[in-house]
Design a protein around this ligand. Structure first.
Ligand code: ADP
Ligand code: ADP
Length: 223
């Protein structure tokens, strides 16, 4: 079934160097249960596209519909994973996952325990973020994002800061989560191997000629 329908999406940034057309005329349909990776060089608009789907950027033109509803802002139906885990350092693993929900509620307790199992963190419920490796911390972030069963999980280079071994382990953990939970995944990366390994469909975002910002002015003063 069609989950996400993006049509004629444009996003332009006005900067002190002039306008940057980050996205132009993007059309993309994604079915429920797909694992999509979005790949392209730095600056081609991958993060911008993901933020728009997340409802974190509403300054665009065109249409973005999730289950036939126009995306108007962030919400619990869209889970988001950043490159850094962004955990609360003063909360244990289980409290980071439960976030604003109480672990005294038996349903929440059960859900959090299932997620801890799913992201392979059993035994670390009471640990604090500083006691975790980078991969473990990112698994806490994934569990937290899954707490309210989002329709889609949006991941912005989630393993970009990890070493190669941890990264490859995390890819398999994520595939395992996808197979068990059937959550639709949209995963942004600039790593071609990662994109091909993870996805059932790879979306290539091409940079637009005008989208690469010039670092130096064209008319260099002649010495
Ligand atoms: P990617 O994630 O593929 O590296 P981005 O989506 O971050 O690309 O950026 C796409 C283009 O939009 C780039 O040229 C970037 O400089 C520009 N851009 C992104 N965010 C902003 C912003 N807040 N203000 C101005 N320009 C931006
Ligand atoms: P990942 O690949 O998920 O980042 P690591 O390779 O860093 O995990 O660690 C593998 C295992 O070692 C973890 O699942 C955990 O059992 C244990 N471990 C790693 N770091 C710590 C730590 N700081 N404290 C306790 N156990 C740890």
């Amino acid at each position: 079934a069609l989950l996400l329908e993006i049509s004629q999406l444009n996003r332009k940034f006005e900067t002190s160097n002039g306008n940057v057309q980050a996205l132009e005329g993007i059309n993309l349909n994604i079915n429920a249960g797909e694992f999509i990776t979005v790949i392209g060089p730095s600056g081609c608009g991958k993060s911008t596209l993901l933020k728009i789907i997340a409802g974190l950027d509403i300054q665009h033109s065109g249409s973005v519909k999730l289950e036939n509803q126009q995306v108007a802002g962030p919400g619990i139906d869209k889970g988001f994973i950043f490159q850094e885990p962004r955990l609360f350092p003063w909360l244990t693993v289980e409290k980071n996952i439960a976030a604003d929900l109480s672990l005294r509620n038996p349903q929440i307790r059960q859900k959090v325990d299932e997620l801890i199992e799913l992201v392979k963190l059993k035994g670390f419920e009471k640990s604090y973020p500083r006691e975790l490796s980078g991969g473990m911390a990112q698994r806490v972030a994934i569990a937290r994002a899954l707490l309210r069963n989002p329709k889609v999980l949006l991941l912005d280079e989630p393993f970009g800061a990890l070493d190669a071994f941890t990264r490859s382990h995390m890819q398999d953990v994520l595939l395992d989560i996808w197979q068990k939970n059937k959550t639709t995944m949209i995963f942004v990366t600039h790593d071609i191997d990662e994109a091909i390994y993870l996805a059932n469909r790879v979306v290539v975002l091409k940079p637009r000629p005008g989208s690469i910002r010039r670092i130096f002015p064209i008319d260099l003063p002649y010495p």
